[in-house]
Design a protein around this ligand. Structure first.
Ligand code: 2AM
Ligand code: CA
Length: 271
């Protein structure tokens, strides 16, 4: 069995477990602030995925939201980047609109990506160079669109921030419309499937975007930070994921001219 096939089976099993624990009851705790939540399901799911990887591939490295590998810096070998529940607030408040996300990198290069929308039983999966799929059905190549006819994924919380608002409000004004789904992994999938032209956010952790990024790249989409830099799986970044035309337009007409605000912001994100 290839690592890709193993990972595909593992994320589906993890989804079955999530549904099982949800029936038994969700226990909620707070992390860094009262709105930063974690549940028994996040923790149990990361442990389930971690334990299974280590049992089969003891030499693989794992970075996971709920505590694994946060100090990793080494790009050599196989590195799994896991978000056991992406969209934790949706998970707690809505019991839907969340996903399990896994990105796998080989010597720093994307190898495979998985985003599992557990409640709708939709698994998005991609192996680098072999196309992206929704439950085994090949996704078509991404269609390009200008901002004026695109729907943008953006969390409205960012629009009310004084400096960031200056950068993001004109984008929302120019776009056809804006939407917020509350799960970065699913929003990146919405870009890959053409439901959104692009997704923008000032701060994501690697586990929020690693799985989705590979899927997006396989359909011809582009994901970078707001300055156009390649994303690292070892640090948080600002994010723009979009079809190629929209990605270029956003960088040229919105982000590069706000270079100073964005650079200050990025420095703050990284330290
Ligand atoms: P999480 O649910 O795994 O915590 C919400 O807009 C989306 O952004 C979720 O995917 C959430 O991931 C992610 N996110 C990560 N860091 C964030 C931050 N500092 N503020 C808001 N959302 C964040
Ligand atoms: Ca998470």
């Amino acid at each position: 069995m290839t690592v890709y096939e193993f990972a595909k089976g593992l994320i589906l099993e993890a989804g079955i477990n999530v549904k099982k624990i949800m029936k038994q009851g969700i226990e909620i705790e707070t992390k860094s602030n009262p709105n930063d939540l974690v549940t028994n399901v996040d923790k149990a799911t990361e442990k389930y995925i971690f334990d299974n990887i280590k049992q089969t591939y003891p030499e693989h490295l794992v970075i996971g939201e709920e505590g694994h590998g946060h100090d990793l810096k080494d790009e050599s070998g196989i590195v799994w980047v896991i978000d056991p529940i992406d969209g934790t607030l949706n998970f707690v408040h809505q019991k839907e609109n969340f996903a399990i996300s896994i990105g796998i990198f080989n010597d720093g290069k994307p190898y495979a990506g998985f985003v599992y929308d557990v409640i709708n039983d939709k698994l998005y999966h991609a192996k680098a160079g072999e196309g992206a799929f929704e439950n085994g059905n090949l996704l078509p190549a991404i269609q390009s669109s200008p901002l004026s006819t695109s729907i943008i994924g953006i969390n409205p919380n960012w629009l009310t921030k004084p400096r960031l608002g200056e950068v993001f409000k004109p984008i929302v004004d120019e776009a056809r419309s804006a939407r917020a789904y509350g799960s970065a992994a699913l929003e990146i999938i919405h870009v890959a499937t053409g439901k959104l032209g692009g997704y923008i956010t000032p701060r994501l952790q690697p586990w929020d975007f690693a799985g989705g990024l590979i899927i997006l790249q396989e359909v011809g989409g582009i994901g970078t930070d707001l300055m156009g830099n390649i994303l690292s799986i070892y640090e948080p970044s600002s994010i723009v994921m979009a079809n190629p035309q929209l990605h270029a337009e956003l960088l040229e007409f919105h982000f590069q001219k706000n270079n100073e605000i964005i650079e200050t912001l990025q420095k703050r994100l990284k330290h």
